[in-house]
Write a protein that binds this ligand. Structure first.
Ligand SMILES: [Zn+2]
Length: 133
């Protein structure tokens, strides 16, 4: 179990939980599907519950991996609350250009996305940092 504790208290897990909290999630749940197997095979998942929406990350090799995947999913398709730009997680740009609604349900199109610009978010140790900081 020491392995799981180390993972849960890792920087990636800490940053993800902080981000999910800041994102307005009402509930965060993490767990695994398979018992009596090594941690990597347990099938870790993380769910964040919002008003009217649930975002999930499933089938990961550790709790931190599931939490980080969930944090990335929440950021992808979202707007930076500070500068209003579309959140980009890679230098190639915001993936949400192709989608028609934001994570919060706001209708969205390519022109609006171009006008809003991008904000390149990255995880720095124990916290997620926005690009416009
Ligand atoms: Zn920003």
């Amino acid at each position: 179990m020491a392995e799981i504790a180390d993972d849960i208290f890792s920087d990636a897990a800490h940053a993800a939980v902080e981000l999910i909290g800041r994102s307005g999630a009402r509930k965060l749940e993490i767990g695994f599907l398979h018992e009596n197997v090594p941690m990597e095979e347990a099938g870790w998942y993380a769910h964040a519950q919002y008003r009217g929406a649930r975002i999930t990350a499933e089938d990961h090799t550790s709790p931190a991996a599931a939490l980080e995947a969930l944090a990335r999913r929440i950021l992808t398709g979202g707007r930076c609350t500070h500068c209003g730009g579309l959140v980009a997680l890679t230098d190639r740009g915001a993936l949400a250009y192709a989608t028609s609604t934001l994570a919060d349900g706001t209708p969205w199109n390519v022109e609006q996305a171009r006008e809003a610009g991008q904000c390149r978010w990255r995880r720095a140790g124990r916290t997620w940092k926005r690009g416009c900081e």
